[in-house]
Design a protein around this ligand. Structure first.
Ligand code: NAP
Length: 223
């Protein structure tokens, strides 16, 4: 499988990159980011791109992939709806339109979040915007598209979030991970489990285009 990864410098993206590099069935990974990752590996090639609203200058390099792991995203904290939509919807769709055109056989996996609002009409701003993004992605002519909706994610394997307040949150919550997993098993996952489940779905598909935390372990169990 040839994969392309957006958001490889982020917490979830680092997890996906790590598991892709460890997986013998993943032949190569191209990471597209506004800066390079710290990872060096023979299977990894990086494209540093400045304008995430316009991919025309690198369009030629965005073909030949079987799977896209789209892990780029931001927290809506402190953002207006217009600002959040610009990063969440506009960037994702700018990339996805090019990818769908260049890779008709591609399976796309998009990281959204638990509580995403598919009606696009609810009260919660971030959930409406993520819902609109998911719906627009599902309309594009990919071979398949899956919307991944994690809730709490425990970073493992030395992975750290690039967002300061999230790092603080995980420093406080992390030591209690076994407790969260026991109390809220349907809402808790790890970077490792999430990434492995996404790779599994990229290879073999899933029965539902929307996958929540409770589904990740099931996907891995089904193998
Ligand atoms: N962390 C969680 O617990 C959690 C749970 C559910 C859903 N999510 C969702 O998952 C997504 C990723 O979360 P994360 O925790 O991995 O975030 P993160 O650690 O902050 O990483 C975000 C990634 O997106 C990239 N990015 C952000 N804004 C960009 C922009 N304007 N242009 C280009 N690249 C940009 C970052 O690149 P730079 O490194 O260059 O900044 C980084 O690679 C978000 O949509 C988030 O809402 C996260």
């Amino acid at each position: 499988m040839k994969a392309i990864l957006f958001g490889a410098t982020g917490m979830i993206g680092q997890g996906v990159l790590r598991e892709c590099l460890l997986d013998p069935e993943v032949e190569s990974v191209v990471a597209v980011g506004r800066r390079e990752t710290v990872t060096r590996h023979e299977k990894l090639r990086e494209i540093v791109h400045r304008d995430f609203f316009d991919f025309s200058s690198i369009e030629g390099e965005l073909s030949g992939f079987d799977a896209c792991f789209f892990c780029l995203g931001v927290s809506s904290a402190g953002m207006s709806e217009a600002e959040y939509r610009r990063v969440t919807y506009d960037i994702t769709m700018a990339a996805a339109r090019v990818l769908a055109k260049q890779n008709p056989g591609m399976t796309l996996l998009y990281i959204s979040g638990a509580g995403t609002d598919s009606t696009e009409r609810g009260r919660t701003m971030w959930a409406r915007v993520k819902g609109a993004t998911e719906n627009a992605l599902l309309r594009l002519p990919f071979k398949a598209a899956y919307m991944i909706r994690p809730a709490y994610i425990q970073p493992l394997d030395g992975i750290v979030s690039s967002t300061k307040w999230t790092r603080v949150l995980y420093a406080v919550m992390g030591p209690l991970y076994p407790l969260w997993k026991t109390l809220f098993p349907k809402y808790v996952t790890t970077t490792r489990e999430l990434a492995r489940a996404m790779i599994q779905v990229a290879k073999h598909g899933a029965s539902n285009p929307i996958l929540e935390s409770a589904d990740f372990a099931e996907v891995l169990r089904a193998g």
